[in-house]
Design a binder for this molecule. Structure first.
Ligand code: GUN
Length: 294
């Protein structure tokens, strides 16, 4: 089958342009430019890259951004104080605390301390709960980005069997919930498989749409998918690659060379879900700035 790429890089670039135009309009009308703050704790390589990319994209769109850094030994108390300060700062429209956090800090406690009205990551239980019953909320960036990608490529979803591989709070669970919601994209019959699933291959072979978010490089093989399937690869494992300047390359959860020829549509890694995730955080920031949700 001749497959088409779900080009996240191009789609995100287009969304960036649309948002930049909107911010320019807000500015011209004398309105307040959206302001995103990001808290980064420690020096995890992946987190450094992601946060730098978020800050850079803010600038490109015309948002204000503030990066707040702490060393890895910052106390939970100090971090919670900063969260409280950002909650109460009227200039900050939304903020994120980059995960993972060091072991001595409770991620759950920190997430729950964020004012859900500024929780542009969509991780607060109020946002997660509202999403699951179809109320206006901040939807976390990766699932929101995947929905937007499916939408912009006019992927048919109604009545389709969507298999979600992975049950993380950040991707698998919200993705499954969104794909079954009474909306477009959605209206799917959803199956969630994970590391303990026994009949995973049989499930995948029945799927019209597969969303893979396991974090296991090249997990999905050619003999696990049917002809014409739509595959979305959420995997971004950093594997060592001495030929690269950075010393690593990003590896998806899909064995692309085997799977792609059987697909109608497939998202690549890199250039698929990754850029859509960052741009969706920007979209949430814009919504927060315009007070469109809360
Ligand atoms: N770590 C990995 N993905 C994310 C994300 O989307 N937001 C935050 N805050 N941390 C992450």
């Amino acid at each position: 089958m001749e497959y088409k790429l779900l080009d996240g890089k191009a789609t995100a670039a287009q969304m960036k342009q649309e948002m930049a135009e909107e911010v320019a309009r807000i500015k011209a009308e004398g309105g307040k430019v959206p302001h995103l703050a990001a808290i980064l704790v420690g020096h995890d390589g992946g987190s450094e890259t992601y946060v730098a990319s978020k800050v850079k994209t803010c600038g490109e769109i015309g948002f204000k951004s503030t990066l707040i850094r702490y060393e890895a030994d910052v106390t939970e108390e100090e971090l919670l104080r900063k969260v409280d300060e950002l909650n109460n700062d009227p200039d900050i429209d939304g903020f994120i605390v980059q995960l993972p956090l060091p072991k001595h800090i409770s991620e759950q406690k920190v997430i729950e301390a964020i004012d859900y009205r500024k929780d542009v990551d969509g991780f607060h239980p109020i946002n997660v709960g509202r999403m699951s019953i179809g109320l206006p909320c901040f939807v976390s960036a990766t699932p929101a980005g995947i929905l937007e990608l499916l939408k912009r490529y006019h992927i048919e979803t109604q009545g389709k069997h969507c298999v979600v591989l992975g049950r993380s709070n950040i991707v698998g669970k919200p993705m499954a919930s969104l794909m079954m919601q009474k909306a477009y994209p959605g209206d799917c019959t959803v199956t969630v498989c994970h590391s303990r699933s026994k009949n995973l291959k049989e499930m995948c072979l029945q799927a019209d749409i597969i969303i893979v978010a396991l974090g296991v490089p090249e997990f999905l093989k050619g003999d696990m998918v049917k002809e014409g399937v739509v595959v979305v690869d959420v995997g971004t494992t950093r594997v060592p690659d001495p030929t690269r300047k950075s010393g690593f390359r990003l590896c998806g959860d899909v064995k692309f060379d085997e799977v792609a020829p059987k697909c109608s549509y497939i998202s690549p890694v890199p250039g698929g879900v990754g850029p859509m995730t960052i741009i969706s955080l920007m979209r949430n920031t814009l919504l927060a700035g315009k007070k469109e949700i809360y």
